[in-house]
Design a protein around this ligand. Sequence first.
Ligand code: BGC
Length: 816
Amino acid sequence: MNAAAPDADGHVDAWVVTFSGHRPDDVGLREALCTLGNGYFATRGALPESASDGTHHPGTYVAGVYNRLVTEVEGHRVENESLVNVPNWLALRFRAADGPWFGCDTCDVLDHHLELELDRGALIRRSRLRDDQGRIVSVTQRRFVSMRHPHLAGLETTLVAENWSGALEVVSALDGTVRNDGVDRYAGLDDRHLVPVGEHHHPPDVICLVAETSQSRVRIGEAARTRMRLDGQRIEPQIRFRSRPGHAASETTVALEEGQELTIEKMVALFTSRDKGITEPAEEACDWVTHIAGDFDEAFARHLVSWQHVWGRFRTDLGVDGGLARALHLNQFHIAQTASNNTVDLDVGVPARGLHGEAYRGHIFWDELFILPYLNVRLPQVSRSLLRYRYRRLEQARRAARDAGYAGAMYPWQSASNGREETQTRHLNPESGRWLPDASHLQRHVNAAVAYNVWNYVQATGDDQFLRLYGGEMILEIARFWSSIATYDHALDRYEILGVMGPDEYHEGYPDREEPGLDNNAYTNVMAVWCLCRALDVLDALPPVSATELRERLRLTGEEVARWTDLTRKMKVCFHDGVISQFEGFGELEELDWADYWDRYGDIHRLDRILEAEGDTADRYKLTKQADVMMLFYLLSPNEVRDLLARLGYDTDPGLLARCHAYYEARTAHGSTLSRVVSAWSSARLDSQRSWGLFCEALHSDLDDVQGGTTAEGIHLGAMAGAVDLLQRCYTGLETTGDALRLAPAIPAALGSLAFPVRYRGHLVHLHCTPTSASVRVDPDEGGPMTVEVAGETHVLEPGQAVDVELDGGHLRPMA
Ligand code: BGC
C-alpha cells in the first residue's frame, strides 16, 4: 500500500504517513490508521462528508463509555457490551447550490491525499474534486483531537472554487444517528446504542446535541461552533439551524467568486456524564466552545505543546531513518492516543483495538501484558491508572470465582464497564456462516497477566504504596484463585489445572471430549506457579503491619499459604519430543499438512475458521494460532523458566528454548498479531536474523494490515506496543526487576544504534546502545544514586554520572 512508499525523491519522512488517491478498498484501513485521539476520546480518520455506508465508517469512541444490548440470534439470547460509537462531530458537507454534495464518492477525484502528522497529532486532507457540472473545488482540511484539553477537537476546512463562481451551501452537523455498524460480522446484532435526548442551537454559531446510551445511561453532550472566513476575513453569513431527532445542524450559503478561499472553522467539545468537575455534559460542552476553546489556531498551538511533551517521554532515537522509524513513530503515536496522561483520571482499561474501531467491542483482554511494560518506564502514572481499573473490578472478579466454584479472584477474559465477563458465548464463523459456541472465556491465564503487570509495575517504579493499597491484594487473590482451580492428583503427587484454554485460541478442547477446555496448559500452569511465588514474595515484601492487615482482611490462613508453597513444587507440566507440551496430549495430535493449506487458501491466519468450514476442527491437529508455550520465554528469561521447572522437579537443559522455538515456530499460524512479537522476542538470542525479520513484521502489523483487513476495525494495540517494547527491552536486555536497572544489549546490526530515556524508580535514565557499546547516563536533575548492571557488571551512579561499556562479541570491557 502507498503509505509505506517513499516520496518521489526516494525520501521517507519518519514523522508523516501519507495516503494518496481515493481507493474505496483502503478507506477502512486509512480511517483506523488516521484516527486522532488523546487518551480520553478518539475519532477515526473518516472524511467529514462521509457517513457509514459499508465503505466509510466515521467513529468516535470515548474511553470507558460502554453500553449493553440484547439480540436474539437463532433462538439464543445474545447480550453484548460495546464501546459506543458516540455522535459524529466531524460531519461537514458542502455543494454548489444546485449540485451534488462534494465528496470522493460523488465527484471526480482529481487529487486526494491524507497526511498523518505523527509529531503534531494532526491529520491533513488535500483533495481536488469536480462535480457533475465541471465545477472544481480544492479542499484542504486540518483536524486535531486536543492532547492538551481532552474534551476538545477542531476541524478547519479551506475551500477554493477553482473555476467557477456561485453560491456554496455548507452544512456543519453533529450526528447522533450513528450506530455501531463498523464490523461486518456483527451485522446480525443490535447496534443502536444511542437514544436522542435533545438538539439545541445557541446563536450566533453554536449547535448542541445530547444523547444517552440506552442501557448504561451515559449522557453525552457535544457542541460545535462553526465560523467562517472569506479570503482571511471573518464573515458572519446567516445561519439556518436545522434539527431532527439525533441530528443537529447549521446551514449557511456563501457567495463564492472564482479563486476565492473560504475557511470554515469547526471547534467541538465533548463531555459525558462520567466526567468529573463538570455540570451537565451538554451545558459544559456549550460553555467550552463558547468561552474556553479559543479559535482553531490557538487551540492547535496548545495541543502541539502537549504532543511535544508526549514525544519527550516516548523519544526513541534509531540509528536508521525512513520506513522503520516511521512505523515506530506510528505505533508510539497510537499508544499515546489510546492511553495518555489524559487517561490517568479516568476509570478505564486499555482496549485491545485501541479507541480506533469496533472490533472486539472495545473490550480489554490480556493484551495489556504487551502494553504496560512499555508504559511502566515511559508513563508509569498511566500504567498505575490502568491497573487501578483492574483493582476497582476486584469484587466482580471475586464474584466470578465464587460463581464458578473457586476461591480468590478470577478476572474475566474480556472486560468492559464493570469487570463482568464480556466474552461472547457464541460467535459467527464468516467462512461457514455458522454461529458456534465460544469457549474462549476459559482463558484463565488472563489472571497471570494481571498479576504479572502489577508485579512488574511495582518493580519498575518502586511504588510500594500501590503494592500496599491495591497490588498486593490483587496478587494474593489471584494466587488464591490458582490454588483453588488446581486439583491434586494423589497417584501422581502433582497438582493439575484442568479444563482451561491457553493463549492459542484454535484449541478449545479435545476432539473426543464433549466439555470444552484442555488440561495442563503449560503456559497457564507455569504462570500460575509464578503468581504463587510472587504472592509469597508479597507477604514478605510488605511492611509487617500491612502484611498482617491484608492477611486479616482476606482471612488468609497458614494452611492456604502452605498449599501455595506446595503448589510451587508440584504443579504438573507435560513434555514430549524434548519440548514443553502446549497442553497434555498435544504431542499425540495429528500433524497438519501446512503446505496444502497454504496452497489452497493463501491466507491461513484463521485456520480454525477454515477447518470448521471444511467440517473439520483445529482441535485435532498439532497447530497453534499464536505463541502459547513460547509466551513463557516472552515473560520470563530462559533461566527463570528453567528455574521454575527445576523447582517443580523437571530437569531441563539449556537447549530447551531453542527446541521449543523450532518446534512451535513450525506449527504456528501467527493468527494473532501478538504472536510475531513473542516469536521475535524468543528468537532474539537464537537467530538474530529471524528475530529481526519478525520484529519488522510485528512493527508493521497495522501499517501493512498483515491480517488482510482487520486493521480497519481497529488497530492491534498489543502488537503495536509489543513491537516497540522489543526495541525497548528485548534488544537492550533491559530489566527492571530486583534492585538494579539491568542492561544486556544485543543490538541488531540493522538497527545501528538505539537511544531512549526511561523512568526507573524515581530516576530519569538515558540509555544508548550500539552493537558494540552501551552507555547509561543518570539524569542530573532527578533522583539520588542508583545501581545499574551493564552486561553483568555492577555500577553505582550518582545523578549526572554515566557508565560506558564496550561490548565485544558478548564480552565487555569498560571503556577507558
Ligand atoms: C488473540 C488474543 C487477543 C485478542 C485481542 C485474539 O485474536 O488470540 O490473544 O487477546 O485477539 O487482541
